[in-house]
Design a protein around this ligand. Structure first.
Ligand SMILES: NC(=O)c1ccc[n+]([C@@H]2O[C@H](COP(=O)([O-])OP(=O)(O)OC[C@H]3O[C@@H](n4cnc5c(N)ncnc54)[C@H](O)[C@@H]3O)[C@@H](O)[C@H]2O)c1
Length: 354
């Protein structure tokens, strides 16, 4: 690795910054290409948390000229493709932007690598649990079924679950991807585009499907992502956290350092996987429980269940990580109680305002 070069698209974001020092330690040259999306970077400046050894290049992945400028004299051995529009709910009303950045941005990158005769050895993609949609549920007899998508009418009636069915954690080997958001659909398209191209070109594609990533460094101002930081902000202001639906929504909250280690392990030792690596904590936590943990940290009033809902949210999302643990030398180390404290302490330092 010491002689090799690495390109990270979207490298100035939450995950990009978290992996930047690992990468700078291991590669001769690391370039982060990022357009400093205003929703993520309101100051339009290079984030302090991006390792100083990483070269920052301002560029949009959908922009052909930006790719030509970058690749005319930089030929990466490894690409980590993080750049994306990430708002699940937002993707319902701004679908073209999601499709353009997530799908066409990926194809522009691949076309540019061909144009510049610069095929990397590997491309790592951070896909999302959003590709699963509501996932696979079990009926009374224990048979698997895909209930599809909760309708607007269902949600307005307060019918949160699929009657008579029990949810199961996602597993890329056994759960078919059936996205229920445009964001999820574009992430699945990204996976498929990347795999088709890589396998034809002799490049190794490595796909990870991440659950809800949280921790120090995450955006506290992006209103479209990050329920953990949203709850923390409200509790810190002494407010009671509003809990959606009936509070029993399940999520797998995976700590940023554990995600960084999974990406790094997959990058070094991952295989061109038919079944992408599911990356989570392996534990499902209800939204009500998350609210309680955060309220307790800040001595805030107890959270309150509102019965409100957001279009595009799935009922339950968690995953089994046994296959990922077996395939990579990786295991999550920080569970949600501890991780939330680490996030809240970081928020309390005010470092994010710099
Ligand atoms: N954070 C999570 O919970 C989570 C979960 C599943 C998957 N992912 C995936 O991980 C990746 C990184 O997510 P993150 O949490 O670091 O998000 P983030 O928003 O913090 O980072 C994304 C980065 O991409 C940049 N970007 C956006 N559009 C761009 C464009 N057109 N050209 C160049 N750069 C652009 C942004 O400026 C930002 O710095 C994304 O692909 C996302 O889909 C994240």
């Amino acid at each position: 690795m010491a002689e090799k070069k690495c390109l990270v698209t979207g490298g100035a974001g939450f995950i990009g910054c978290a992996i930047s020092s690992y990468l700078a330690d291991h590669f001769a040259e690391v370039v982060a290409m990022d357009n400093l999306h205003p929703q993520v970077h309101p100051n339009k400046s290079r984030p302090d948390m991006l390792d100083k050894r990483v070269k920052f290049v301002l560029g949009d992945v959908t922009d052909v000229a930006a790719w030509d400028d970058l690749l005319k004299d930089f030929h990466p051995d490894l690409v980590i493709h993080l750049a994306a529009e990430t708002g699940t709910g937002q993707s319902l009303t701004e679908g073209s932007r999601h499709a353009s950045v997530n799908v066409v941005g990926t194809t522009q990158m691949l076309d540019a690598l061909v144009r510049h005769e610069s095929l990397p050895q590997r491309i790592v993609l951070t896909s999302s649990r959003a590709v699963y949609g509501e996932g696979r549920w079990l009926d009374h007899a224990g048979a698997g079924t895909y209930p599809g998508q909760r309708t607007r009418e269902q949600l307005e009636r307060g019918e949160w679950d699929f009657p008579g069915l029990t949810s199961t954690p996602f597993n890329s080997g056994t759960t078919e991807p059936r996205p229920t958001s445009i964001y999820g659909a574009t992430k699945l398209a990204q996976e498929q585009v990347l795999k088709a191209w890589c396998l034809s070109m002799g490049v190794t594609p490595i796909v990870l499907r991440l659950q809800n990533v949280y921790g120090p460094g995450q955006s506290l101002i992006n209103p479209y992502t990050g329920i953990v930081s949203l709850f923390a902000r409200l509790a810190k202001e002494g407010k009671s956290i509003p809990i959606y639906e009936d509070g029993d929504i399940l999520r797998d909250f995976v700590f940023i350092e554990d995600v960084a280690k999974a990406i790094f392990e997959a990058m070094l030792h991952g295989k061109a996987n038919d079944a992408p690596y599911d990356v989570g904590s392996g534990e499902a936590t209800s939204i009500a429980r998350l609210g309680e943990i955060i309220a307790a940290y800040y001595n805030a009033p107890a959270p309150h269940v509102t019965g409100a809902f957001r279009h595009g949210d799935v009922r339950h999302a968690s995953c089994t990580i046994d296959d990922t643990r077996a395939a990579l030398r990786w295991a999550p180390a920080v569970m949600v109680e501890e991780g939330v404290k680490l996030l809240c302490r970081w928020i309390d330092t005010g470092e994010y305002q710099r």
